[in-house]
Design a protein around this ligand. Sequence first.
Ligand code: NAP
Length: 264
Amino acid sequence: MSNLQAITQQLFDLSGKVAAITGAARGIGAQTARTLASAGAAVAVLDVSASGEELAAEIVAAGGKAYFWKLDVTQEAEVQRVFAEIVARFGRLDALVNNAGIEGANVPTHQMSLEQWRAVMDVNVTGVFLCTKYAIPALQQAGGGSVVNVSSMYGLVGGPDVPAYHASKGAVRLMAKTDAMLYAAQDIRANSVHPGFIRTPLLEEAFQKLGDPELIFGQMKQMVPIGKIGDPQDIAAGILYLVSPAGRYVTGTELVIDGGYTAR
Ligand code: NAP
């Protein structure tokens, strides 16, 4: 290998590192797990859905290191147990990707029930708090690490729908900034990623309820300056940057990956 190739390889080398990814059974989380594993990390695939088992098997079959834990991020005792088991199994933890999220009820604020509001906040905000809470001691023990909160472009700008979802995505943006300040001296970095429209089961299911998903994806494309719907790999690439040596001087920032939507 030439010296020039070595530069790129070292920037994105996660050999010997361990990364935990929530909501990793499908969509952005699954592609992030594949991507971090391809950079050499052992990945803890965490999801409330048992299909995460298949993803872990796929990564292992492809020569990577992975293990699946069924985890509901809203359950504190489960989160505490699973993070202890990750460290016991892999020996350390270097990165946490807080990716699990739900869209919740699409009703205007004045028609939303408290239960609907709490359901979204529970997964999208409390889940991020709990996983970060139990990951930080392990990151401290590892001598540093990286936390990535998967927010949304709707954690930066408003939208005329899903009010609880947008509020939750604003919250995790600021949680990353606070954690960045709290743990910077221990070399633990915390950042948020802000996807635009990404083609995943989350959006496909939401559009199925509204009618023809292809028609809606077509309309959405026209709202994006780059003229395309994003792919989970576009977000996984940004997360790889933030957790790898390439991002070692980056903390408390927002990585917007939205095809230019919020640039207007
Ligand atoms: P997705 O396809 O729905 O995948 C999310 C995964 O999280 C699913 O496997 C889901 O399991 C799991 N999950 C839900 N509740 C959970 C809980 N309580 N504990 C653990 N896992 C849970 O979603 P995605 O589109 O990949 O989105 C991933 C993240 O990106 C989310 O935070 C989302 O808000 C954010 N994001 C997505 C887009 C987009 O356009 N797709 C845009 C901006 C931001 P079940 O299937 O069993 O519910």
